[in-house]
Design a protein around this ligand. Structure first.
Ligand code: PLP
Length: 396
């Protein structure tokens, strides 16, 4: 029996490969996962329990519970600066459900899509499943880890259908500032593209640079994607949502029927409780990530290892080019010699080579110890690569 061509072509997620590598191993300092190490706050768990006991265990509207969508409108207005009605929102099976809906609903086989490189591997997986032609645009240090408008102009063609952006960006933590966001929106309008903006980390920012795409203009072409996973430590509840143009909301709601029918009903009641309950739980987690971010930067700084101070999300993008080995060799060596798990930059795309990603969603003592060991390992490799270069130079 043969697999469908697009599934056969789909790359696996390198992040999952790292998880598989460490599965069952003891004493690992695990800085690989992109998942909060906090439990879901108890009042949210309680609300879900009460909802299931009250019988909210059935299918709900394809677009999601109306109570939840009404509450989301308030959040979008006050936090993201977006005026949207419940009829412009679709609740989905995590942000992933929203993203896949966008690919499934808007991209035909052969359409070109513009994806950031490096970026979260699931974008590439989803675009491949739609048999799209992928055009990577670089998100590189020389451009402040932001999309470069000149490069996008070079890549775009009449076959381009969709531009995907992610702010804050996994794996780098860069945030697209207002002026660049406006340029991206104008670019999408000029070339008649859908603009999918993944804002799953909208609540986790450490500067005031963050702006939501849909708070500006060109709403008719924006699919803005959000999640409860990171904001409220609710990864396993699988609740996300998207703000979409009103005209296509009904058909995107129908698409949920084909994909999942609806997002989990108890999960949606839990999400409602998350929005209605105290928001200091979010602030506390954000402050904890911010302190860990500083701890990691300081520890790496003591070893002279450069890293990009993230404006958002909970990752550190560490520059290992001086170590003189590919990122996968570096990550494997760090795991074998020091039992520290991180993700090689190459697993986020070719543009990630020369970097590794460490997660800040781990206990501070693990982050301190892990970054210290990474620093020691880096120093050793730098010394060895210096010796190697000197040996090469010494040869006639
Ligand atoms: C950029 C980005 N978008 C979306 C998601 C997934 O969100 P959800 O759990 O809501 O599907 C992740 C998870 O790591 C992510 O990094």
């Amino acid at each position: 029996m043969q697999l469908g061509k697009s599934l056969a072509a789909m790359p696996s997620s390198g992040i999952r490969d790292t998880f598989n590598l460490i599965a069952g191993k003891a004493d690992i300092i695990n800085l690989a996962p992109g998942e909060p190490n906090f439990p879901t706050p108890p009042h949210i768990v309680d609300a879900a329990r009460r909802a299931t006991e009250a019988g909210h265990t059935k299918y709900v509207d394809n677009a999601g519970l109306v109570e939840l969508r009404q509450q989301l409108c308030k959040k979008l207005k006050s936090y993201n600066g977006i005026s949207a009605g419940p009829d412009e929102l679709i609740v989905t099976h995590g942000a992933m459900g929203a993203l896949y809906s966008a690919f499934a609903g808007l991209v035909e086989p052969g359409d070109e899509v513009l994806l950031p490189d490096p970026s979260w591997p699931n974008f590439l997986m989803m675009a491949t499943l739609r048999s799209a032609t992928i055009r990577n645009y670089r998100v590189a240090a020389e451009n402040g880890f932001l999309p470069d408008m000149n490069e996008l102009e070079r890549l775009v063609s009449p076959a381009t259908k969709l531009l995907l952006i992610n702010t804050p960006l996994n794996p780098i933590g860069s945030v697209i500032p207002r002026a660049r966001m406006q340029e991206l929106l104008d670019f999408a309008a000029a070339h008649d593209l859908w603009l999918v903006c993944d804002e799953a980390y909208d609540a986790l920012t450490y500067t005031d640079a963050f702006v939501s795409a849909a708070s500006l203009n060109h709403r008719e072409r924006i699919i803005a994607v959000y999640s409860f996973s990171k904001t409220y430590a609710m990864t396993g509840w699988r609740i996300g949502y998207m703000v979409v143009p009103r005209e296509i909301a009904p058909v995107l709601a129908d698409l949920q029927e084909a994909m999942t029918s609806c997002a989990s009903a108890p999960g949606q009641w839990a999400a409602l409780a998350a929005l209605e309950g105290p928001q200091d739980v979010v602030a506390e987690m954000r402050e904890a990530y911010s302190a860990r971010r500083q701890l990691a930067l300081d520890t790496l700084g003591q070893h002279g290892v450069p890293a990009h101070p993230p404006d958002g999300a909970f990752y550190l993008w560490i520059d290992i080019r001086a170590a003189g080995v590919p990122s996968r060799t570096f990550a494997r060596g760090l795991l074998d010699e020091h039992k520290v798990a991180i993700v090689p930059g190459l697993d986020f795309g070719p543009g990630g080579e020369g970097y590794v990603r460490a997660s800040l969603a781990a206990a501070p003592q693990d982050i301190g110890a892990g970054m210290d060991l990474l620093g020691q390992y880096h120093t050793k490799l730098v010394a060895e690569s210096g010796t190697h270069v000197r040996n090469l130079e010494a040869k006639p």
